[in-house]
Write a protein that binds this ligand. Structure first.
Ligand code: SF4
Length: 278
C-alpha cells in the first residue's frame, strides 16, 4: 500500500511515472518525473530529493514515457492497481503532475512530454477531466519552448504551481540556492499566468531559528499584488516532509497559527485567495 508518506519515485517500478497519495492533491496523483538523474537548476534547502545535484535531466525517452503512462493508467483505470496499492479512502485519480526530482521545464523535451501526456489522457477519455499540473520553480519561463508546453497544458485544462518562496535576493539565495531578481520573477509569473491558470506555491519556515521578517512578508505581498486578478491563488505551505539536504537541521517548522496569520496578511494586502497547508 502507498501511504501519504510514500513519495518515493520508484514506488510503481517505473522510470518516469510515479503514483503518490498526495497530501496537497488529496488522492492519487500520477507524478511525471523527467529529472531521473536528481538534477535541478535550483538547490532549495528544504528539497526532498535525495542525492540532489545541480543540472538538467538526461534526454527524455518520449515513447517510453508514453508507454509507462498508458500502462499505468490501464492498471489504475481498468486494472486492480487501486485495490492492490492504495488505501480505500484515496482510491481515485486526482491529477497528472509534472513534479519530479528537479525542474521539469529544464528538459528540452518538456513541451513534447506535455503533448504526449495529453495524447495518452485522450486515449483514456481523461483529457480535460483529469487535470494536468506543472510544479515549477518558474525560472525558465522566458524560453519559448517552455511557454509552448505551458500553453498546451492550459489548453488541456491544466494549471501551474509556480514556486516563489522569498523575494529578497539574499533570502532567495539562502532558501533556493540561486540568485533571483524580483523583476524577472514577476515577469515570468506574469507570462505564466497568461498561458495557464497559475497558483503561486510558497514554502514558509524558519531558517537558522529566524522566522521570515515583516520586511520579507511585505516584499512578497508587494510583488504579487499587481497580479492579483491574474493568479488562481496562493498555496502557502510549511515543511511537509523532512528536507534531504545538508541544511535540513537549520530548518524549523512554523506553528500553524503563524502560517494562518501570514495567509490573512497576504489576503488583506493583495486580495489573492490563499490556501494553507501547515
Ligand atoms: S526547485 Fe524543486 S526540485 Fe529543485 S531544488 Fe527546489 S524543491 Fe528541489
Amino acid at each position: 500500500m502507498l501511504s501519504t508518506d510514500d513519495h518515493r519515485r520508484d514506488s510503481a517500478g517505473l522510470r518516469y511515472v510515479y503514483p503518490v497519495v498526495s497530501r496537497r492533491a488529496g488522492g492519487v496523483s500520477v507524478g511525471i518525473n523527467l529529472n531521473t538523474n536528481n538534477a535541478c537548476n535550483w538547490a532549495c534547502v528544504y528539497c526532498q530529493v535525495e542525492n540532489l545535484t545541480r543540472g538538467g535531466p538526461p534526454p527524455i525517452d518520449l515513447d517510453g514515457l508514453e508507454q509507462e503512462l498508458s500502462g499505468f493508467l490501464a492498471d489504475a483505470v481498468h486494472g486492480d492497481f487501486m485495490q492492490r496499492q492504495v488505501p480505500p479512502e484515496a482510491r481515485r485519480l486526482m491529477d497528472v503532475a509534472f513534479s519530479g526530482n528537479g525542474e521539469p521545464t529544464s528538459a528540452p523535451e518538456f513541451a513534447e512530454a506535455v503533448a504526449r501526456v495529453g495524447k495518452v489522457l485522450a486515449r483514456f477519455e481523461l483529457l480535460g477531466k483529469l487535470p494536468v499540473r506543472l510544479i515549477t520553480n518558474g525560472s525558465l519561463l522566458h524560453r519559448v519552448e517552455v511557454q509552448a508546453g505551458i500553453r498546451q497544458l492550459g489548453e488541456f485544462g491544466g494549471e501551474v504551481w509556480f514556486k516563489i518562496d522569498r523575494v529578497d535576493p539574499t533570502a532567495a539565495a539562502e532558501v533556493n540556492g540561486v540568485s533571483l531578481v524580483a523583476e524577472r520573477v514577476f515577469r515570468n509569473l506574469e507570462l505564466c499566468a497568461g498561458l495557464a491558470p497559475t497558483w503561486v506555491q510558497t514554502c514558509w519556515f524558519a531558517l537558522n531559528g529566524e522566522t521570515p521578517s515583516a520586511a520579507a512578508r511585505k516584499a512578497y505581498c508587494e510583488l504579487l499584488k499587481p497580479l492579483a486578478s491574474r493568479l488562481a491563488g496562493i498555496h502557502l505551505y510549511g515543511l511537509a516532509r523532512p528536507s534531504m539536504q545538508p541544511a535540513a537541521s537549520r530548518l524549523t517548522r512554523l506553528p500553524a497559527e503563524e502560517l494562518s496569520a501570514f495567509a490573512d496578511e497576504i489576503h488583506k494586502k493583495t486580495g489573492i485567495r490563499v490556501s494553507v497547508s501547515p
